[in-house]
Design a protein around this ligand. Structure first.
Ligand code: ADP
Length: 498
């Protein structure tokens, strides 16, 4: 049955004002999954109005009460975990184990940020004058616009929505046009948890709706996750309007394997980081930087392991690798595999679609003899394609890791503690793993990347509130007189003793 999705604005579910819709497809079957509102500027304006009306009340709701609603969100998500995971698998393709993990991340984040309802810590510090007190407080900002991708349709919005809400902001959520049904089911959880109307609004649609959010003068913050091209457009436009922006964009993550690595462990980790989620994670491994001594054994083991992976519908428990999200993503992967061939890389396995009548499937692919200047070694492919670059030393491996335009995640396999600590010191990515693949971030640590991956902001962890709060420094002078800046210590002492 094709689902009818609606926008959620001011606590009611509604169609786009134009009545227009778009279709989301199941990438494993290519059948229609949902029809959703194709929102435009006027729908975004309605959502902003609703958010503006709801903001003053939400801002003054005591933060511990806001946190309790987030705990209820966590409970309901836990109850609906399987239902949401199944819907997500049908809408964007990744296998059930992964979609369950996606929902679990939102559950974790709801508990974590629910706890912030009783923290939202500021600080005090000594001040320069007698009879004076100083403190720094986090303040909400107002209306926050969230623009998100399809690959983590619950987890990624949760990293943004939950801190924004606990901090007292009103939110407008514009999810990817590939996942409107999952997004609406996620928003329904907040409605059922008792979030007041207008505090969280859902506006589905394509880039036009996202751009309307970026352009609206009352949306003070934009938090974006998606492709680099769109992210830079959003950043440029938002900057010209003086807005605060958080960006998470591309990755070209590498695993380094040194000669002394635990081979079996490395093979297992590389396989899941490169081919899990069909390579469609921003932290997925797409480069393998391998020291010469271990290379022959590693390639042999990886090819053998890749042969055991079953590609198919993510709803089937036996499937390891689901489809790519849509025809465009599949074409991009096919184009890059062709580029790799033409550049002279050696195809060891994969490089083709499996024989299925329907669905955007692609077999796990490994290229060796990849030179570091090749396009497949530098550009984001976002599919199950791994490029192996051979190096002579740890120094060369680190240089290769650090030379690409992105800086999200990196990893090293070694049994040598000195090499591991040198890697921790010198790998210039936002996330570094030792003896684990590049994927699998935990929400209590900052998530984000250096260089072209982001704009210096981080999500999650202790700093996850920074995107959605402003600092307010408060000075209370209880001296009863106008105290002016004093640099004369003697005078301050005289005043204090008088
Ligand atoms: P992906 O390739 O991962 O779908 P995109 O960057 O195209 O990544 O999309 C990420 C999000 O950005 C989606 O919600 C999409 O609708 C939105 N988007 C696309 N174009 C624009 C734009 N010009 N302004 C704002 N948002 C946009």
């Amino acid at each position: 049955m094709v689902e009818q999705v609606r926008n959620f604005i001011g606590g009611t579910w509604r169609d786009a004002l134009s009545g227009e819709t778009f279709v989301s497809y199941n990438p494993a079957t290519e059948s229609e999954l949902a029809h959703a509102p194709r929102s435009s500027v006027s729908d975004v304006e309605q959502a902003v109005e609703a958010a503006r009306a709801a903001y003053p009340g939400w801002r003054l709701t005591p933060a511990p009460r806001r946190g309790e609603i987030l705990y209820r969100v966590a409970h309901i998500l836990t109850e609906r975990k399987d239902q949401l995971a199944r819907l997500m698998t049908q809408e964007m393709g990744k296998i059930l184990a992964e979609t369950r993990g996606d929902v679990q991340e939102a559950i974790d984040m709801a508990y974590y940020m629910g706890g912030e309802g009783r923290r939202l810590l500021g600080y005090t510090a000594p001040v320069e004058m007698p009879n004076k007190f100083g403190m720094a407080l986090r303040d909400s900002v107002g209306i926050v616009g969230l623009i998100t991708p399809w690959n983590f349709p619950v987890a990624v919005p949760s990293w943004k929505m939950l801190p924004a809400l606990v901090a007292g902001n009103a939110v407008i959520f514009k999810p990817s046009e590939d996942t409107p049904a999952t997004s609406a089911a996620f928003v329904k959880v907040f409605e059922d948890a008792g979030l007041p109307p207008g505090v969280l609004n859902l506006v589905t649609g394509a880039g036009e709706a996202g751009a309307a959010l970026v352009n609206h003068p009352d949306v003070r913050i934009i938090s974006f996750t998606g492709s680099t091209d769109t992210g830079i457009k959003v950043y440029t436009q938002a900057a010209s309007l003086g807005k605060k922006v958080t960006l998470e964009m591309g990755g070209k993550n590498a695993i380094i394997v040194l000669d002394d690595a635990n081979l079996d462990l490395a093979v297992e980790a590389i396989t899941w980081s490169a081919y899990g989620t069909t390579g469609q994670r921003c932290t997925a491994t797409s480069r393998l930087i391998v020291q010469s001594g271990i290379k022959p054994r590693l390639v042999e083991a990886l090819v053998a392991k890749a042969r055991t992976l079953s590609v198919g519908d993510g709803l089937l428990e036996a499937t390891h690798v689901g489809p790519l999200v849509n025809a465009k993503a599949l074409e991009k992967v096919e184009r890059y595999v062709e580029i790799g061939r033409q550049e002279g890389a050696k195809l060891m396995i994969g490089g083709q679609r499996p024989s299925s009548e329907r669905g955007y499937f692609y077999t796990p692919t490994l290229f060796t003899e990849v030179r570091r200047d090749m396009r497949i070694a530098r550009e984001e492919i976002f599919g199950p394609v791994l490029s192996l670059i051979e190096v002579a030393s740890l120094d060369e491996a680190i240089a290769v890791n650090n030379e690409v335009r992105y800086g999200l995640s990196s990893s090293i396999f070694t049994e040598n503690i000195n090499a591991a600590f040198r890697a921790i010191r010198d790998l210039t990515t936002g996330i570094v793993y030792i003896n684990h693949g590049t994927t699998g971030a935990e929400i209590q640590f900052p998530f984000g990347g250096t260089r072209g991956t982001g704009n210096g902001m981080r999500e999650a962890g202790l700093v996850g509130l920074d995107s959605f709060t402003e600092w307010k420094s408060v000075y209370v002078d209880y001296s009863g007189r106008l105290q002016r800046a004093q640099i004369d210590t003697e005078a301050v002492l005289r005043q204090t003793n008088s």
